[in-house]
Design a protein around this ligand. Structure first.
Ligand SMILES: C[S@@+](CC[C@H](N)C(=O)[O-])C[C@H]1O[C@@H](n2cnc3c(N)ncnc32)[C@H](O)[C@@H]1O
Length: 294
């Protein structure tokens, strides 16, 4: 029974693996690694991506993918669109917990926002994939916010967050994907924010080209994203195994992306990026956070 076997492996490694709190240095250090450098804990450093383990990982991934066949079919015939209505409620609920656990990291990151004010002190910020507006509480008073998300069903939750954060000036909510923000003029915003979105966009390089286009020179792109784990860890193994199911649960979210590589090569003049371990489920523990200046 392959699926129960997989579940058994998850449980046994989580509860019994003595190496799960081991600290390792990430092999990947961003351009100008920020502050204390790129350090994160791994769940288990014991598997080394050997040929046999790679075959096992691919086999388990295939099993999960086969089990997801009904979801693949629902997607193919368009029934999955129903989930787009439910997903905003899920994000709204999950983001309350996420914000509690990531409060300090978000606060630390967004503290740098006022550095990108225009000379007259104004700050125009565009958020890509704003979801339910979970970041609003971290934006500085008076900041003008343009919200964008391809899913119009977020509007209800967005309105709620706007009501709770009246220290901001809301410009508009645009139903748009990060890959295509054509109604936003070139070099018209001071800051672009993206949290937990580059895992879901269809085309990261195109999204980053759009970010670069709409930022004024000297403006900045702020991000917090979960990413793929270090290749030597069990987290990496299970991220790949569960990816086919996670894709549907997360409305197109991929937990196996090396997002930092795209940010590093997107043509920004300065990049502050660090790898951190978020106090979350092991599958989405590895995060990158920072900002890139145009
Ligand atoms: C996990 S939610 C994160 C929401 C919010 N940014 C947060 O931090 O709570 C992912 C968001 O990305 C949005 N999204 C999915 N595909 C996108 C795309 N191509 N462009 C922009 N946003 C996208 C989804 O609609 C959803 O709002």
């Amino acid at each position: 029974m392959p699926f129960p076997f997989t579940m058994f492996m998850v449980a046994s490694f989580y509860f019994e693996n003595p190496y799960r709190t081991c600290r390792v240095f990430s092999p990947v250090v961003g351009v100008n690694a920020w502050a204390d450098g790129a350090v994160y804990s791994c769940w288990s450093p014991r598997w080394s991506g050997s040929g046999k383990m790679t075959i096992l990982m691919k086999f388990c991934t295939l099993v999960v993918s086969v089990l997801c066949l009904p979801l693949h079919l629902m997607h193919a015939v368009g029934l999955y669109e129903i989930y787009k209505r439910v997903f905003p409620f899920c994000v709204y609920r999950i983001s309350i917990t996420y914000n509690k656990k990531m409060h300090d990291k978000k606060k630390e990151l967004f503290r740098s926002l006022p550095e990108f004010n225009k000379p007259d002190g104004q700050l125009t910020l565009l958020e890509i994939g704003c979801g339910s507006g979970t970041n609003f509480e971290f934006y500085p008073p008076g900041c003008r916010v343009i919200c964008t998300d391809p899913n119009p069903h977020f509007q209800k939750y967005l309105n709620k967050s706007m009501g709770e954060n009246d220290h901001l000036k809301y410009d508009r909510f645009m139903v748009a994907s990060g890959e295509d923000m054509r109604s936003v003029e070139d070099e018209s915003v001071d800051v672009v924010v993206c949290t937990l979105v580059l895992c879901s966009v269809k085309d990261i390089p195109q999204t980053l080209r759009e970010v670069h286009r709409i930022l004024r020179p000297g403006g900045a792109f702020f991000f917090i994203e979960h990413v793929v784990a270090d290749t030597s860890t069990w987290s990496y193994f299970f991220q790949h195994v569960f990816q086919p199911a996670w894709y549907y649960f997360g409305d197109g979210c991929e937990i196996t992306r090396e997002t930092w590589k795209h940010v590093e090569t997107a043509g920004f003049s300065e990049l502050k990026l660090r790898h951190v371990e978020a106090p979350l489920l092991f599958l989405i523990k590895p995060h990158i956070t920072g900002y890139a200046v145009k």
